[in-house]
Design a protein around this ligand. Structure first.
Ligand SMILES: [Zn+2]
Length: 325
């Protein structure tokens, strides 16, 4: 399964390989893509250095890798639909996956393959070898461009870097203050939407309900700070039960500008005392911040999920990968 390891035994091999680029490149692409003719995609979607310079510091770090705990009934195909990457991509990063409940998979946010390092290889040599910008590999792995790989290190190789350099899909939101583009989030919990955003027979709903089973992990979909945890009556959304609020972006004055709320949770994975201190707790995309529950105004286990932008609730489906417009 780990055939990619053999594509470069050491740094010397990488350097040698660069000299025979045309032939080697094709071979590498075949290895990376499992024989599929996706080489053209790799070349055509790699961003130019100029495009990267436009990345604003307020955008989230690229390609958070989600740590996903396999549940009964999960399939690779189902997970690929859920997270918006191919089955091959998930398999490349988790070559020993058995899909047994409780097993932890690492699921990248971009379509990618994996280079398993022998140790001592330079990131820049790998980039040369693949004819990709070293910055892409560095960003995808949260490494510096001058990184040297350690033995057995899993190095994500992004195959489909989006035009914005951040995410394959963007959310576009128009507010009175202006237009906003955001990289779409992965889903914070796995399940179907049992109640949508907006007004319905039950009243006004500031978020969506995701019908996930009791006790399942709530995955933070984007880097941020847990700024509030509490019970029942949030000033904006009464009936939430136990909830978590995560701020993802702040305005110039330091006030949250983009935040998400998770309601009816059965447990926290963050230290309440630290949150109460007012500073907030740093959380990363992919962290399990709490667990699905059924308290407050709730008639069954589910995750109530809200997205707020500049003080206004947004339809979360507009922000979630693969969820619509
Ligand atoms: Zn709800």
């Amino acid at each position: 399964m780990r055939g990619v390891v053999s594509m470069a035994d050491d740094t010397k091999a990488l350097k040698r390989a660069v000299k025979f680029r045309p032939v080697i490149l094709i071979l590498v692409m075949l290895v990376l893509t499992g024989g599929r003719a996706w080489g053209a995609d790799l070349r055509s979607t790699a961003p130019t250095p100029g495009a990267q310079a436009e990345t604003s510091p307020s955008l989230p770090p690229p390609m958070p890798v989600v740590r996903y705990v396999v549940e009964k009934g999960d399939t690779l195909w189902g997970l690929s639909r859920q997270w918006g990457v191919s089955v091959e991509c998930i398999q490349a990063g988790n070559p020993d996956a058995q899909m047994m409940p409780g097993e932890v998979l690492e699921i990248p946010r971009w379509e990618c393959r994996v280079f398993w390092a022998k140790g001592g290889e330079l990131l820049t040599d790998l980039a040369d070898y693949l004819r990709m910008p070293a910055a892409d590999i560095a960003r995808a792995n949260r490494l510096r461009e001058d990184a040297v790989f350690t033995p057995g290190q899993r190095v994500w190789i992004p195959l489909e870097v989006p035009a914005n350099g951040v995410c394959r899909e963007e959310a576009y939101v128009r507010t009175p203050e202006g237009d906003h583009w955001y990289a779409r989030f992965p889903w914070p919990a796995v399940g179907c939407v049992s109640r949508e955003f907006g007004s319905d027979g039950l009243g006004r709903h500031h978020g969506i309900d995701i019908a996930a089973p009791f006790g399942h992990g709530i995955i933070c979909p984007r880097d941020g700070w847990v700024v509030e945890v509490g019970n029942n009556d949030s000033p904006t959304s009464p009936g939430l039960g136990t909830y978590i609020k995560v701020a993802h972006e702040f305005d110039e004055a330091g006030n949250p500008m983009l935040w998400t709320i998770y309601g009816h949770v059965s447990g926290f994975n963050v230290a309440l005392g630290e949150v109460a201190s007012g500073v907030g707790i740093r959380v990363r995309a992919g962290d399990v911040i709490g667990y699905v529950g059924n308290n407050g105004r709730s008639t069954g286990a589910h995750l109530h999920f809200e997205v707020w932008l500049r003080g206004r609730p947004q339809d979360p489906l507009n922000f979630l990968v693969g969820a619509g417009s």
